[in-house]
Design a protein around this ligand. Structure first.
Ligand SMILES: [Fe+2]
Length: 284
């Protein structure tokens, strides 16, 4: 038997790593988020996690569902969308081919086509690299990265999340699921991309809905959250359609999940979007 021992919704904004550079004006603004990501990594270590499964909203797919099943993730990453923010970032992390293929096989049993790839030149995106920088420095645990398709449905992403949970429970391993993505995700238009953009929200409507979502989570009103999730993803500009959140809740048990949502840092804006780190406690 394997088990899901940690589940979290986390931020991956590049400003986290930029804040670590000397004399960065973002150091204070990102300190709590950085500290809470490190705390999640500490908890994962204590719970003897062998593999992090990351639902990555920056690995966008136009052509269906994909899993990076490489035995080793090694490379130097420059973000194609933000080369001024993330440049030549080296990573070297072990992969978990067996779990990646098991997730794809479980999805296949549920009639969802998911491709698990072993291609050495298939690198990681920063939705995986940034959280792993804090949770999994030096690669003490294995990593499976799962893409977010753009042309799909909530139902299909739910199927993959459920398949992931089944594969974990058959794996014989302690596994963590990391949903890597924003809450709301309207970004500032180009003309507003000044220094203030790092720390301000682009839509007060989005901020208010994000805060309501966090309140619902605090009160464990997950049934109501799931009911609003399709509208939330569209009306609050969900990153990759909030595929990471859909897959996370599917893995947790969808609207029957009743565990504690532990908010690990204050809600914060970044480039107009809404960001948070929350652990969803699973019964172990
Ligand atoms: Fe993002």
């Amino acid at each position: 038997m394997g088990q899901l021992v940690l589940a979290a919704k986390v931020t991956h904004v590049p400003s986290l790593m930029l804040s670590e550079t000397n004399a960065s004006p973002l150091r204070d603004a990102r300190a709590a988020a950085v500290q809470s990501l490190r705390e999640l990594g500490r908890r994962a270590r204590v719970r003897e996690v062998s593999t992090f499964v990351v639902f990555d909203t920056h690995w966008l797919s136009n052509f269906g569902y994909h899993i990076n099943a490489n035995a080793r993730h090694r490379g130097s990453f420059t973000s194609p969308e933000a080369p001024h923010m993330i440049q030549d970032l080296r990573y070297d992390l072990p992969g978990d081919t067996a779990l990646a293929e098991a997730i794809a096989a479980e999805a296949d049993k549920a009639s969802l086509k998911v491709l698990a790839h072993q291609v050495p030149t298939l690198g990681l995106e920063y939705g995986t690299i940034v959280p792993m920088h804090y949770l999994n420095p030096d690669g003490w645990a294995k990593v499976v990265s799962i893409a977010s398709p753009l042309f799909t449905s909530l139902e299909e992403s739910r199927t993959l999340g459920e398949a992931t949970r089944r594969a974990i429970e058959k794996s014989g391993k302690n596994v963590a699921i990391i949903a890597s993505g924003s809450l709301s995700h309207r970004l500032w238009p180009n003309k507003n991309l000044g220094p203030d953009a790092w720390t301000s929200i682009a839509s007060e409507f989005n901020r208010q809905v994000d805060l309501r979502v966090l309140q619902l989570w605090q009160e464990r009103r997950y049934r109501e959250f799931i009911a609003m999730l399709p509208d939330y993803a569209v009306k609050c500009n969900g990153e990759a359609g909030m595929a990471d959140t859909i897959m996370l809740f599917a893995a947790l048990g969808w609207d029957s999940f009743d565990g504690e949502a532990e908010q690990l840092c204050d809600y914060f804006p970044s480039s107009g979007s809404g960001q948070i780190n929350v652990e969803f406690h699973v019964n172990r």
